[in-house]
Design a protein around this ligand. Structure first.
Ligand SMILES: NC(=O)c1ccc[n+]([C@@H]2O[C@H](COP(=O)([O-])OP(=O)(O)OC[C@H]3O[C@@H](n4cnc5c(N)ncnc54)[C@H](O)[C@@H]3O)[C@@H](O)[C@H]2O)c1
Length: 248
């Protein structure tokens, strides 16, 4: 596919996991890629991988929770790559604890990275998108933001917040050709889920009708669709990619 030829895509947290798979897929579809992460080694490895495939890609270190870094990130991408058409707010963390034991720090950090980070990136990227009258913003939420999960009050709140952010931004940006959607992954096989105990993994598998954990490429395929011209009439939507786990 070459549907994104001539377009520039920024994927936050693309040094590994889902973000890496999304970046590889959008590049395969023809986009020039801005790879951004707090992990410089991971981000640079993805850039090398992309360049090895003959794709256009550059690494931009940035913490999505820091407004000054985010603003500089978008300015540099505009200067280096000549535009910004697709933003995938993917960077995210977990700091799990039962609510009664959850510290203020763990609450604040998860909300700041997962939700404020997406707000800061959206605010910085939206101006050029509105100006060029074409844009795609895709927020990586979670089924946990839709149905909750014990031990993840901070994470669930941040992901539910992303759904609200997506819908409000979708209404503000629609008249200028910018769509904003969220993807709610179920359990995806990445470093984030590697730590799950085997028993818990088996319990989860029993609840997934399609009978397996998702792969990062399953999420990348959904992002590629929402980023494409084909998805032009879809905005403010939450797409669950969860093997049938929630069916909400
Ligand atoms: N893996 C799953 O089962 C699953 C399920 C639902 C949603 N998600 C969401 O998908 C996204 C990616 O998850 P993953 O499983 O690939 O996780 P991961 O931990 O493998 O990768 C996350 C990446 O984000 C980067 N990152 C962390 N904090 C950052 C910050 N402040 N600024 C910039 N980059 C930062 C990390 O360095 C890492 O490269 C997250 O938003 C996560 O919440 C994952």
């Amino acid at each position: 596919m070459t549907g994104l030829a001539g377009k520039v895509a920024l994927v936050t947290g693309s040094g590994r996991g889902i973000g890496r798979a999304v970046a590889l897929r959008l590049a395969q579809d023809g986009a020039a890629l801005a790879i951004s992460d707090v992990d410089a080694a991971g981000g640079q490895a993805v850039v090398q991988e992309l360049q090895g495939q003959g794709r256009q890609a550059q690494f931009y270190p940035a913490d999505v929770a820091a407004a000054d870094q985010v603003n500089q990130l978008v300015d540099r991408i505009m200067a280096d790559l000549g535009g910004l058409h697709v933003l995938v707010n993917n960077a995210g963390i977990t700091r799990d604890a039962l609510l009664l034991r959850m510290s203020d720090e763990d609450w604040d950090r998860v909300l700041t990275v997962n939700l404020k980070g997406a707000f800061l990136c959206t605010r910085a990227a939206l101006r050029p998108m509105l100006r060029q009258r074409w844009g795609r913003i895709i927020n990586i939420a979670s089924v946990v933001g839709l149905v909750g999960n014990a031990g993840q009050a901070n994470y669930a709140a941040s992901k539910a917040g992303l759904v609200g952010l997506s819908k409000a931004t979708a209404k503000e940006a629609a008249s200028r050709g910018v769509t904003v959607n969220a993807i709610a992954p179920g359990f995806i096989d990445t470093a984030m889920t590697k730590g799950l105990k085997e028993e818990l993994k088996q319990e989860i598998l029993k609840q997934i009708p399609l009978g397996r954990l998702g792969q990062p490429e399953d999420i990348a395929a959904a992002v590629a669709f929402l980023a494409s011209e084909e998805a032009r009439y879809i905005t403010g939507h939450v797409l669950c990619v969860d093997g049938g786990l929630t069916m909400v």
